[in-house]
Structures are given as structure tokens and as C-alpha cells.
Ligand binder design. Structure first.
Ligand code: NAD
Length: 417
């Protein structure tokens, strides 16, 4: 007995649910195609990004042939890749059509940042949208996508499992951010990073402290180490110690109970305020000794933990730098002002937003690879095939058939009402 139902929609979208369906998701599309109806080729569109300052693009020319081979047409809005260093002609050379505006005609839209409410209103009804949709905070956008009956995937919700690694856009962008944060620190620090032995005497290397050694933190460690700094790092997840040491850094040992600090998902668990207070006390001498501090500590779905107080900033030498990579989630440093650079007690505190966009060529290439891998995971014989029993499909699915179907997103949006 088959245990799954399947229907093909007029946009070539097939939904397969496990028997009985999944909570909140209807088992059938509302507009099944009549048997024998000729199928149009699905079009994938890459519109220009419209969030201010965004320089990345969701698809790079080298990946166009992969989508065409999968039975899709590729349309790129004129100028979409220009800021990232990909001219229209490069897309055309790979078989894409470059057009003035394709948003409203596309069956599948690839984006980096969430579309505006106006763009969503112009989306073709039932279109598939893939990108960073800021699902925990972008309530109006998510609701507008549901009203448009879009099928929307938020790449922030891709499960952290081995099978999903090639589709993990967040990790790809964290790599870019970790690298660029160190370069910012190196440029703004009043010192060299490396040890120098010159005719003018010996210059001692800079000391860099990385707090939080996940994807961004590990890349920051590797980059600072390559530039010749002496690097120390701390993370609440004990499993990270070996990775830190393998990159040439010293793992900072704090007298804190961290055996239970890692969730099954691989992310850090939130700790008690008392824990953070003890952590701050114990981190103080390491922060005071550092020339550059790069905090990257995050706990999913929460404000970033406060790990560097004003007192700790005051303990640093004048001319030191903090690059707060947790700025988008409120910052790890008490004095960080997201999106700003401020000088406090002689210390420069940089709290950048969207660092990946400042390395737009490679950030776009890496992002586009994850998006393409995900899209090709969904497409079978030129159709979008939604196997809702597959966690790679189900995890990032936020909106489907007019409903917000992600439990975590519904919970987050409910708390904001
Ligand atoms: P993240 O961006 O959520 O957090 C950054 C780091 O901050 C994490 O290492 C976390 O442990 C750390 N942190 C949280 N609170 C802290 C505190 N109080 N003090 C110090 N550090 C603190 O995490 P991430 O970098 O996206 O990923 C974390 C881990 O998830 C990775 O190291 C990896 O093991 C796993 N992962 C798996 C996959 C996969 O299998 N597809 C993909 C990405 C990441």
C-alpha cells in the first residue's frame, strides 16, 4: 500500500507528505494539473537585491548550466550581479536570459535577502522563493508570503546535519564574516599582527582573543594565525578545544561547568545569568591582555549573550580593537552599537552588520553554491518536488499553500504579537 499522496500543481510543484500529513500542512495542492496537460519549463529568476547596501547576488554565472541541465530556464535581472563582480554578459555566456524585470513572472525566485512587501505583492501566486528570509523577525514579510500563497524556504532554518552541509548558507557566510572581521581588526589596530625582526629591532606579535569558536570563530582564528598573531580562543562547547588547537591557537580553560553546553543540534545551549556572570569574571584577564578581541558567541533564536562589559573594555590597552561579530543579534559587547564604530575608553569597538556583503564576489559564489545545491535537491525532472518527509526540505520550509508551516517560526512570531 502506498503511504504517500502526490499531486502536481499547475506550476509544476509536487507535494509528497508522509501518510496522514504533517501538522499544519495540507496533503494536496489546491490547483492540480489535468492529466495530459503540457508542462511549461519552470523559470528560475534572480532579481537584483533591494536591501540597502547589499552587494551579493543569489546566483553566479558558473552555476547557470547546472540549473539548465536540471530542466530549468534561468532569468537574471539586468545588473543583479554587478556589485559582486558578475556582469550581465557573464550570465548570458552561460545561457541565462538577462531581462529588465522578472520578479512577477518567475516560478522560482532565488534571493539573498528577504524581498520587500512590494516585491512580495508582485510575486506570481504560488511561486517558490529561496533565500535568507529572517524568519524569526520578519513577521510582515512571512505573512505576506503566506497571503501570496508562495512556497518559501528560509535558509536560516537548514538543519545542521552532515547531509545538509553543502546547502548550509549560514555556515558559508559565517566563514566570510570570520575572515573579514580579522582583517578589519588588523587594519584598525595600532600595531602589527606578526612578530617582526628588523634592523629597527624586534616587534612582538599582537594577541588576539576569539570568543565563540563556531564556524565564524574558527575562520577568525585561522586568519589571525596566518597573519602571525598569537591567538587564544574560548567556547562553552568543550568539543571545540581540539579544533581550536588544530588551528594553532590556545584554548582558554575557564572553571565553568560546560559538559551540558551543547544541544543535539550542535549549537550552544543558553546558560543561566549566573553562568555568564562567572564567565565574564574569568574572561576579564584574557580580554585585558588582548590587542584585538573578536567575540562571535551566539545561541540560536536568542539575543547574543553579554560577555564583554564596560569594565572589561576599560581594562584593555588604548588602541585595542573589538570586532563584535554578534552585532546582528545585539552584540556580545555591552558597548557595541550594531552597525556603528565607536571609541570607548580608548578602545575601538566595531559592530559590523552584514560583513559577507563586503566580500561580495566570493560570498556570492559560496552562497550561490548552497542555494543551487538546495534547489537541485528539490527539483526532479524539471519539477519542484516537495518531499515533506525529508528534513532537508521540511526544515527550511516556512510558508506553503497560504500557511506558515514552520513551528519554530510560528512560535517566534507569536511572541511578537
Ligand atoms: P553559532 O553561530 O550559533 O555560535 C557561534 C559560537 O558561539 C558557537 O561555537 C557557540 O558554541 C559559541 N557560544 C555560544 N555561547 C557562548 C558563550 N557564552 N561563550 C563562548 N562561546 C559561546 O554557531 P555556528 O558557528 O553556526 O555552529 C556551531 C557548531 O555547529 C559548529 O561548530 C559545528 O559543530 C556545528 N555545525 C554543523 C553543521 C553541519 O553539520 N551541517 C553546520 C554548521 C555548524
Amino acid at each position: 500500500m502506498p503511504t504517500e499522496e502526490s499531486k502536481v500543481g499547475k506550476e509544476g510543484l509536487t507535494t509528497r507528505n508522509p501518510a496522514g500529513g504533517l501538522a499544519g500542512i495540507p496533503n494536496e495542492l489546491s490547483t492540480p494539473i489535468a492529466p495530459g496537460t503540457a508542462r511549461a519549463v519552470l523559470s528560475v529568476s534572480v532579481p537584483r537585491e533591494t536591501v540597502a547596501g547589499e552587494q551579493r547576488v543569489a546566483l553566479v554565472p558558473e552555476l547557470v548550466p547546472k540549473l539548465i541541465q536540471a530542466g530549468l530556464e534561468v532569468h537574471v535581472q539586468a545588473g543583479a550581479g554587478a556589485a559582486a563582480g558578475f556582469p550581465d554578459s557573464a550570465y548570458q555566456a552561460q545561457g541565462a536570459r538577462v531581462e529588465a524585470d522578472r520578479f512577477g513572472h518567475a516560478d522560482i525566485v532565488l534571493r539573498v535577502r528577504p524581498p520587500s512587501l512590494e516585491e512580495i505583492a508582485s510575486l506570481k501566486e504560488g511561486a517558490v522563493l529561496i533565500g535568507f528570509l529572517e524568519p524569526y523577525t520578519n513577521g510582515p514579510g512571512i505573512q505576506a508570503l503566506a497571503a501570496r500563497k508562495a512556497t518559501a524556504f528560509a535558509l536560516e532554518l537548514m538543519p545542521r546535519i552532515t547531509r545538509a552541509q553543502a546547502m548550509d548558507a549560514i555556515s558559508a557566510m559565517s566563514t566570510v564574516a570570520g575572515y573579514k572581521a580579522v582583517l578589519l581588526a588588523a587594519i584598525r589596530l595600532t600595531k602589527f599582527f606578526p612578530l617582526l625582526m628588523t634592523a629597527a629591532g624586534t616587534v612582538s606579535p599582537a594577541r588576539v582573543l576569539v570568543i565563540g569558536a563556531g564556524v565564524a570563530g574558527l575562520q577568525a582564528i585561522a586568519t589571525a594565525h596566518r597573519l602571525g598573531a598569537v591567538v587564544e580562543a574560548y567556547d562553552t562547547r568543550p568539543a571545540v578545544k581540539e579544533q581550536v588547537e588544530s588551528l594553532g591557537a590556545t584554548f582558554v580553560e575557564l572553571a565553568l561547568e560546560t559538559q551540558d553546553a551543547e544541544a543535539k543540534t550542535g549549537y550552544a545551549k543558553a546558560q543561566s545569568e549566573e553562568f555568564y556572570q562567572r564567565q565574564r569574571q574569568q574572561l576579564l584577564p584574557y580580554v585585558a591582555a588582548a590587542d584585538a578581541v573578536i567575540p562571535t558567541a551566539l545561541v540560536p533564536g536568542r539575543r547574543a549573550p553579554l560577555l564583554i562589559t564596560e569594565e572589561m573594555v576599560r581594562s584593555m590597552r588604548p588602541g585595542s580593537v573589538i570586532v563584535d561579530l554578534a552585532a546582528e543579534q545585539g552584540g556580545n559587547c555591552e558597548l557595541a552599537e550594531p552597525g556603528q564604530e565607536v571609541e570607548r575608553h580608548g578602545v575601538l569597538i566595531i559592530a559590523p552588520l552584514n560583513l559577507p556583503s563586503t566580500v561580495p564576489f566570493h560570498a556570492s559564489q559560496m552562497y550561490a553554491r548552497t542555494v543551487t545545491n538546495f534547489l537541485l535537491h528539490l527539483v526532479k525532472e524539471g519539477r519542484v518536488n516537495l518531499d515533506l518527509g525529508d528534513e532537508l526540505t521540511r526544515g527550511p520550509l516556512v510558508v506553503h499553500q497560504g500557511e506558515i508551516v514552520s513551528a519554530v517560526v510560528n512560535a517566534a512570531l507569536a511572541t511578537k504579537v
